[in-house]
Ligand binder design. Structure first.
Ligand code: SAM
Length: 481
């Protein structure tokens, strides 16, 4: 790692004291999914989300940690951040939602000392955005704070994919508001828009420039100053990152999202050719980064001496709960798998234990069900489908009623978020922001007002809002309970 530059710490501190970091929850760090991803990678004794200790570095105002603390009342959650303002906001939310199992510490990671081990360590949006001295400290802490069979989920920008973006950033900055570049735009977003248009996208390079500029436009002024245009925004080769982790006694397990283990744009034939590289997972991953142009990772590491077990057996897959994933998979020519898929779709938006889904499949098939053969076949398919994004796997079932109740109600935490104008967080840990007035309406959904009363108020205050459709959407996402 390059020599540390102490003065670099100030611009980062300055940024977080001067500007408000947006409230974001990150589904990729949801411990229900992390448990599955670590489990299939062989970390067999990782504590289940329902009874575990979770630590988050750089937790900001707790938008990521608090919903998990509310979901798992028997688990302990600790969030750490050097922004006093963010920590005060996080504490206020935990107080309002009466959460007894979460605490927030205002501390600088550079000087903080862990007092107890954790089973899940979440380090999202930190590593690439802090000075080298803090990077070193973060990695040291990852090596020190994990329990024997714990897991860390850490995000960072990766090379060579990030390199073009790294080169674009100073150029976009130099052009923004520059009199000699008049017409390209006064802000970095407007310059990105001009470049996206001019790039045209007819060659691989210009398409890449265009995609990066469009991504900058999508992130916009609320996110860009903390991301691409942050005072520190580095990238690293995976081989280098894995080496630093290994020096701290950490072993690479895989990516936090199962589907990120097979990055987009690489054909099944290429994967087949690369299969022998499985003997050197770090080299395989670096090759995949080169081929796919991946720009970002959310990687899982455990202690090198953690107890490893066989990852993907039928018994292991039976432990999970399954629901439909974000990717539509093509039909399969296998009646058992087709029936199973139909049952998953029927249960949507809920996630159901794989065991129960298999039992239902067996019931429907009657005499055609061969337990040993079909359960193995289905377990294999479920795992493959999850890696392709066609199935979502979680540690525990997710029960979403999906229909609206006579007195719609939000969880105490979402009620607080809605009242504060913060995004609410859905049952799958996605942040959901609605127009301010609509948020205010949600803040009234505390279970005391009837559906009809709320509909009447909505009609009076927001005649343009299709209240019935909106509440159905909130119920479908598990926001309205
Ligand atoms: C880019 S934000 C990411 C927030 C959140 N983890 C996320 O991904 O949405 C970085 C956070 O790390 C905090 N941070 C940066 N350097 C820190 C340090 N040395 N010690 C503690 N917190 C730090 C900032 O205050 C900020 O809340």
């Amino acid at each position: 790692m390059p020599a540390m530059d102490a003065t670099m710490n100030d611009p980062v501190r300055e940024l977080y004291s001067e500007r408000r970091y947006p409230d974001l929850s990150h589904p990729v760090t949801d411990i229900s999914r992390l448990w599955v991803s670590a489990r299939v990678a062989g970390l067999g004794r990782l504590a289940e989300p329902s009874h575990c200790r979770v630590l988050e570095f750089g937790c900001a105002a707790g938008q990521n940690l608090l919903p998990m603390a509310e979901r798992y009342p028997q688990s302990d959650f600790t969030g750490l951040d050097f922004s006093d303002t963010a920590i005060r906001k996080a504490r206020q939310a935990s107080y309002e939602a009466q959460l007894q199992n979460v605490r927030f510490e205002a501390a600088d990671l550079e000087h903080w000392r862990p007092s107890h081990p954790c089973d899940y360590l979440i380090v999202h949006g930190i590593f690439s955005w802090v000075p080298d001295s803090v990077k070193t400290r973060v990695l040291d802490l990852c090596g020190q704070v994990l329990s024997d069979n714990g897991v860390v989920c850490i995000s960072y920008n990766t090379l060579p994919g990030w390199s073009l973006r790294r080169d674009l950033v100073p150029l976009v900055k130099a052009l923004a508001g520059n009199p000699v570049a008049a017409g390209l735009g006064d802000t970095v977003e407007s310059v990105a828009a001009s470049l996206a248009e001019m790039a045209g996208g007819t060659t691989a390079h210009t398409a890449n420039v265009q995609a990066i500029c469009r991504d900058m436009m999508r992130k916009g002024p609320t996110v860009l100053p903390f991301d691409d245009f942050a005072p520190v925004c580095d990238a690293v080769y995976f081989t280098e990152f894995a080496k630093w982790a290994a020096e701290r006694g950490l072993r690479y397990l895989g990516e936090a999202r199962l589907q990120d283990n097979l990055p987009d744009g690489i054909s099944p034939e290429a994967y087949h050719k690369l299969a022998p590289l499985a003997a050197d997972p770090v080299l395989l991953q670096q090759t995949l980064d080169l081929l796919s142009g991946r720009t970002h990772r959310n990687s899982l590491f455990c202690r090198v001496d953690a107890a490893m077990e066989e990852g993907v057996t039928t018994a292991v897959v039976m432990h999970f709960a399954a629901g439909p994933g974000p990717v539509e998979l093509p039909p399969v020519d296998n009646p058992v798998v087709s029936l199973f898929r139909q049952l998953v779709a029927d249960a949507s938006p809920s996630c159901v234990p794989v065991q129960a889904l298999m039992e239902r499949t067996a019931e429907r098939l009657g005499g055609g069900w061969e337990p040993a053969v079909h359960s193995r076949e289905l377990a294999k398919w479920i795992y493959q489908a999850a890696r392709l994004g066609g199935i979502e796997l979680r540690a525990e079932p997710l029960s979403i009623r999906g229909q609206t109740m006579p007195t719609p109600r939000l969880s105490p935490l979402n009620l607080h978020f809605a009242g504060q104008g913060r995004p609410v967080v859905d049952a799958r840990h996605f942040p959901c922001r609605y127009p301010d007035g609509h948020q205010g309406l949600m803040a009234k959904m505390d279970g005391t007002l009837s559906y009809e009363d709320l509909a009447e108020q909505a009609h009076a205050d927001f005649p343009e809002l299709d209240f019935h459709r909106w509440v159905a959407h909130l119920a479908e996402r598990g926001i309205v309970l």
